[in-house]
Design a protein around this ligand. Structure first.
Ligand SMILES: [Zn+2]
Length: 108
């Protein structure tokens, strides 16, 4: 009796090989996407320079070291809106702008 594979066996192995190849490609694409995301972590979405994190009145703000753009993490905008100080938004942004320009701004 010859050991020649049947048509069903050929189809089975071809499907299995195609599935393995698809899984390998998927894993490589996921790894590349994860690496790409990692390269953007704490980088300014506008100019690509580093972001630094500061805390003003318990509000955490990420700021670009180059273009001075300001970014809020999820929940920080909500924390600003719910903060008990009535002028917290102006207060925080004045503090941020003082840090950027070194200028004296009113803190009222
Ligand atoms: Zn920037």
């Amino acid at each position: 009796m010859p050991d020649k594979p049947t048509k069903n066996e050929d189809e089975y192995f071809a499907r299995r090989d195609a599935e393995l190849l698809r899984q390998q490609r998927g894993g490589a694409e996921r790894a590349a996407a994860a690496e790409e995301r990692k390269s953007h972590h704490m980088k300014c979405p506008k100019c690509g320079y580093d972001l630094i994190t500061s805390k003003w009145d318990d509000i955490q703000i990420d700021q670009c070291t180059h273009c001075h753009g300001v970014w809020l993490d999820a929940g920080e905008a909500d924390a600003l809106l719910k903060h008990p100080h009535p002028n917290i938004l102006a207060r925080v942004f004045r503090a941020v702008m003082r840090g950027v320009s070194g200028a004296k701004a009113s803190d009222s």
